[in-house]
Design a protein around this ligand. Sequence first.
Ligand code: ZN
Length: 177
Amino acid sequence: MKTVVKSKGSIVTRDFHFQRHNSLLFIEEMGERAVVFTLKNLRNFARTYLEIHGDEFFYIEYERGFRLGLLRFNNTFSRIKDPIKRLEKILKFSEWTGAWQVVEWSFNSKTKKGYAIIKNSYWAEVLKPFDRPVCHNLAGYLAAIIGSAYGMELEAEEVECEAKGDERCYFIIHAID
Ligand SMILES: [Zn+2]
């Protein structure tokens, strides 16, 4: 049975279906094991790592997001052969998981420049309030998946962030010089 959820802005997404086998949960659509944890869990996790690593935490998170993006692009939806369609599927996937919502994005393959507007970033929520952008993980992830789709090496920088009181997280994306 499929559940259709109509979210604000009339984007229609589909809920995941979880199957339980003994003590393990699996996402039916992906055949992958899932673990449910709350933002409170993640807040403790992130703040502990930030305490230990200081600013280096953010560099590590950018790199981790980038690598995760490469894995996601190459493995999870590889049945979709058209790279831009696959990218769109991956961007929707983040909404299904409740991680963040992609409100708008664009990339111009000629100028090698683009942007993404994200709302409800879970990274912003776990680290707010903060005096600067904190969604480095998301920046790395966006650079990896958009770069993979367009066959370019890209980097992304977050210039507005919900964690520092902005209304959205805004990422500028461009080719690595
Ligand atoms: Zn942010």
